[in-house]
Design a protein around this ligand. Sequence first.
Ligand SMILES: [Zn+2]
Ligand SMILES: [Zn+2]
Length: 363
Amino acid sequence: MKAIVLRRVREPLTVEEVELEEPRAGEVAVRIAASGVCHSCLHAADGSWGEMPVPMVLGDEGAGVVERVGPGVTRLQPGDHVIISWAPTCGRCHYCVTGRPVLCAEQMPFGYLMDRTVRMRLDGQDVYHYGPATYASVAVVPESCAIKIRDDMPLDKAALIGCSVMTGVGAVINTARLQPGESLAVFGCGGVGLNAVQGGRLVGANPLVAVDVADNKLEFARAMGATHVVNAARQDVPAAIKQITGRGADYAVVAVGDARAYQQAWDSLAPGGACVAVGMPAVGQPIVLEPFSIIGFGNERRLLGSRYGSARTFDDFPRLVDLYLAGTLRIDELITRRYSPDEANEAFRALAAGENARAIIEF
Ligand SMILES: [Zn+2]
Ligand SMILES: [Zn+2]
C-alpha cells in the first residue's frame, strides 16, 4: 500500500510502497479516504517534540471504510464507515467506566500498536506508527480506534472530526462545559483553535473572542463564529479582552503551543475564570504562574488540561456527525485545500506558514 513516510526527522517526507500486515486479534484495517494535516504531525516531522523513531508513518486524523477485520472483532465489519480516533479505549478501566476514556490506562506504546509490534515494513525494516498512522492508503488500528458512523456522512469531512474538530469543540463543550452567555477567548486559530471558536458558537458563548497574530486566521475565526478578533501582533491582548468582555474572559482556550499565548490567556481571565490548556509548547518550554494570580484577592482562577477535547469517542463522533448533517457544525468552511499524497511536503510547508484553515490529504 501507498504511505507517506518520515524517513528522518527534519527531512522531507517521501511516498513509498509499504508492506502492510493483516490486522491481528482485536484490530481492523481501514481504507483511508482522507486525512487531515495536523500540527502535531508537523511537530513530529520538524523535531520540535523531540526525536521520533523512524521510519514512521504520521497521520492522526482520518476517516475511511473498514476493509478487513482481525480475529475476535465483532463490533465492525467490512464496509462500515468509520472515523479514526487516536486514543484507544478499553471500556473497562477506572477512567473508561467513569466517563473519562481519554485517560484510559491502556494506551498504545508510542510508535507501535497495543502489543508493541508494528504492522508496516519498508525494505525489510520495521515502520513505526504515529498513533493510527493515517497518512497511508490503509491503516491497521485497534478496533476501539475505529468509530462507526452513518454512511451518508462524507468521509473527507468526517476525517476532521477525528482530531481537530473533536479537540477544539470538545475543549469547550466537554472540558470547560461552557454555558450560554459566558465569555470565551480562543488563543491560536489553527485547525484546533477554529474548532474551539466553533464550540463556543455552538453553546452560545458571548462575547466570543479569537486571538491570533495572522489576519487571515482571524478571518477564518469570524467565519466560525467569533464575535470579536484581536491581533496579538498589534494589540495588548489582555487589555483588549478586558475591554470587550468587561471583567475578563470566563474561559480562555489556548490552542497554540506557545508559552507567551498561555501567559496572555492567563492574564486575560476574569476572576473565577478558567484557562483550558490544549496546545503543547515544544518540549522543555515551561509556563510560569504566580500563585497570587490563582488564589490572591479576587482571583480563584483554574487551569484545566484538555486532552483530545475530553473525548468520549463512541458518543461524541456520531453526535458531531449528526450536527454536521443537520447544518449546525461547520466543516466545509474549514477545508481550505486538498492535497494528493505526493504533495505532502507542500501541505506541511503551508501548515507551518499558516496559509490554510485546515488542509486534507486524499488517498
Ligand atoms: Zn491531530
Ligand atoms: Zn480504559
